[in-house]
Design a protein around this ligand. Sequence first.
Ligand code: COA
Length: 335
Amino acid sequence: MSNTLKYASMRSIGAYVPQKILNNSDFEKMVDTSDDWIVKRTGIRERHIAAEDEYTSDMAVHASRDAIARAGIEKEDIDLVICATVTPDYFNMPSTACIISDKLGIRSVQAFDISSACSGFVYGLSIAKAFIESGMKRNVLLIGAEKFSSIVDYSDRSTCILFGDGAGAAVISAVEDPEEGIVDIHASADGSYADFLITPSPGCVNPASTKALEEGLQYVKMKGNETFKLAVKTLTRDVKEILRKNKIEISDIDWFIPHQANYRIIKAVGDSLGMTTEQTVLTVHKYGNTSAASIPMAINDIYEEGRLGYGDMMLLDTFGGGLTWASAVLPFCGR
Ligand code: COA
């Protein structure tokens, strides 16, 4: 490629959803809950759960193969692999991105994980953009993948009904046409809310131990109601700001693709922006919250349904543990 300015462009999307389904009536047998409560409070009807021997890297590999093929490139063209996940194959090391690269046969290229919970895919998008626009990389394989079921306490009704497993992947490539480039990304964090969403162990604060296991510290803990309120307030403000800054009207957006945590959060943010039902992509009813995988899985849904076309303008927004939040405006430039 010449020395002309480079832009980072989303060239493809892929996703993988595991076979097994847990529906709301399954939860009625496990904890004190009801289909009615879950649907009314969250919009979730079912979520997919990975098999015992199916790992985050395996789901990511399925999604990545589709994304690479749909981008019309060879795996040898990939020069950076980023995996956003908080449910890695192994805590600490090796990174899941390294395992994915090996399973795909992509060798001797930079590969690393990022941990930004549900904001991981959009955070990863900002990293891919920076690598490409600086000229350091040309084709980034960006993955959001989670086996969230591995950190869920299936006796805690306040969390277990929310999460599902899955993976999504995109190829982000260097292009010369500014019309194809990512328009803007906002990514923010406020660590003073760290305890709103936390898996206390393993980590150096609570290393793996029999005591930690007995206390269930390996499971996700969430201050659900506080997180909910903060998510609505923060996302609404952040999305308005990215649109204002880039002089983009709601009518310029073809697809509003929010993180799929709770239908009520999506509706509250969408309503305050003036988004129509037709613009808003919803998958929470069938996948639940798949954390870093949620946005690429949702993009893939409308792609596979034939609704997402080349040049369609997407608005992404997300919120998650950290606390972290992010929004992005970009055209989809896959075929
Ligand atoms: N079934 C039935 N009742 C349940 C329940 C369940 N699965 N889970 C919680 N409850 C009960 C609570 O115990 C509480 O009962 P109480 O009033 O007797 O104490 C009551 O429902 C209300 O709980 P609350 O937590 O205030 O409900 P909520 O309206 O906030 O809904 C969530 C709970 C988790 C669905 C909601 O807070 C949420 O979606 N939070 C954000 C999730 C999120 O965005 N996560 C992170 C970003 S990725």
